[in-house]
Design a protein around this ligand. Structure first.
Ligand SMILES: Cc1ncc(COP(=O)(O)O)c(C=O)c1O
Length: 455
């Protein structure tokens, strides 16, 4: 009997294709609508914002999409990422469960985000784009795009949600070290930002607001395109290298997951680990239970409505069908900045509607308890977002113990928390609060959904 702790794949085992779940789904995704005409958007409607190669991936129907070699060559720096068996955690919990985690924190930016940042920078460069604009919540995405922009010679301008901007000055420094610019959002640089500031001068910001700012600038400049770190089909597609690698690594371990856990902000790391397994199940293979873990202060999948909505607060984006809390919903400030988004990826939303996944909401204090426990046992200090997945995985392992059943649990440790130390300082000092969202604000935001939602 071996005591293997990490399962490593050779570089040549890096996936050659991204996996597109769409052809395996029993129902096609709903079309993206133009908010003026309520008609499905065409590629030309999206062209001011994205290069054609990414628009094509957004609506692709083939199961496998080849990863261009220049992207694979950058991936090779940290991919295939390690799969760990959390043997010490299993012993500490005294659980019969076998717990594995895929660690995405070894990338240069510290999370899964470079998997799509590198791809997006590559396709934009190929299309002759000079500059990219984007939003960032946790700072992980902004850092990832800054890194990718540096590699491919693109200027990058990042609108960082105000509350995270104040909590994490070193994320800004990191983006600037890679040559990007980072601005607190809402800012006075854009119409969308000025409108919010006029009404709420102390606004903590939100991903929905920061997206409006980045989209506005991209739409106004021919040499500039917009880049999104989650939610869209092509972003989820790029993240599927995670699940494909995990599948091969579990095969090395002679195991297969009964349960897969991921945290959900816009849905990309969750889709990255889960979609290849869901697809295998839809094609006749085993069907693990799949659990999405979200913050109870921004409970998109557990409390949101499945409806057409804007992707941003300023209503500059097309309408997508997704679980949403309403585009004007601004969650209270909490430390998992990457999970403070009012919507959820349309594909993740659809698979929840199809009953292929479960979702659950956790408070921030419960998540930090799990994160600190994990750090003290396994050593890695998770990002506050990833703590939601750690909480979910530990809860499932404890359930195995209660029921006396051994199950295989796989979770995605989407990033490290080395730039999130203010959160850990607050936690250690007992200053973390579980602030509930404002029910009246949620009702108002949901009442404000675009009319097509009522159909
Ligand atoms: C480490 C980490 N995990 C998870 C997320 C949530 O995003 P997504 O749901 O797209 O994976 C973020 C977002 O910033 C993040 O930084």
């Amino acid at each position: 009997m071996t005591d293997t702790v990490k399962y490593l794949l050779d570089e040549e085992k890096l996936p050659k294709d991204w996996y597109n779940i769409v052809p395996d789904l029993p129902r096609s995704p709903e079309p993206v609508l133009h908010p003026g005409t309520m008609q499905p958007v065409g590629p030309q409607d999206l062209e001011p914002l994205f290069p054609m190669a990414l628009i094509q991936q957004e609506v692709a129907n083939e199961r496998a999409i080849e990863i261009p070699e220049p992207i694979r060559s950058v991936y090779r720096q940290w991919r295939p990422s390690p799969l760990y068996r959390a043997r010490r955690l299993e012993r500490a919990l005294d659980t019969p469960a076998r717990i594995y985690y895929k660690y995405e924190g070894a990338s240069p930016a510290g999370s899964h985000k470079p998997n799509t940042a590198v791809a997006q920078a590559f396709y934009n460069k190929e299309a002759g784009v000079r500059r990219l604009t984007t939003e960032t919540g946790a700072g992980q995405w902004g850092s990832a795009l800054a890194f990718a922009g540096a590699l491919f010679g693109l200027e990058v301008r990042v609108y960082m949600v105000r509350v995270s901007f104040d909590q994490k000055p070193y994320r800004k420094a990191m983006m600037e070290a890679w040559g990007a610019q980072c601005v607190a959002s809402p800012s006075s640089e854009t119409e969308a930002g000025r409108r919010i500031l006029a009404e709420h001068p102390e606004s903590p910001g939100s991903l929905g607001i920061a997206i409006s700012e980045a989209v506005e600038i991209a739409a106004q400049h021919a040499d500039t395109k917009y880049s999104l770190g989650s939610v869209l089909n092509h972003v989820l597609l790029h993240q599927t290298v995670i699940g494909q690698e995990a599948m091969a690594q579990l095969e090395m371990a002679g195991d297969y997951p009964d349960i897969i856990v991921g945290c959900t902000g816009g849905g990309s790391n969750f889709a990255g680990i889960a979609f290849p397994f869901i697809g295998a199940g839809l094609r006749g293979g085993p069907k693990p239970r799949i659990i999405a873990c979200e913050p109870s202060a921004c409970p998109t999948l557990t409390r949101g409505k499945y409806a057409y909505d804007f992707g941003d607060t300023g209503h500059l984006t097309p309408l997508v069908k997704m679980h949403t809390l309403g585009s004007t919903f601004v969650p209270p400030g909490f430390h998992a900045g990457g999970l403070r988004y009012h919507g959820m990826a349309p594909l993740v939303s659809l698979i929840q509607e199809l009953g292929l996944i479960e979702s659950r909401a956790y408070t921030q204090i419960a998540c930090f308890e799990a994160g600190v426990q994990f750090a003290r046992i396994e050593g890695i200090l998770p990002a506050p977002e990833a703590n939601h997945a750690v909480r979910g995985a530990i809860d499932e392992a404890l359930r195995c113990k209660e029921e006396g059943v051994s199950r295989t649990i796989l979770f995605n440790l989407s990033g490290h928390g080395h730039f999130d130390m203010q959160a850990y300082i607050d936690n250690m000092a007992g200053r973390l609060e579980d602030r509930a969202y404002d029910e009246a604000q949620l009702s108002a935001a949901l009442a404000d959904l675009p009319p097509v939602a009522a159909e």
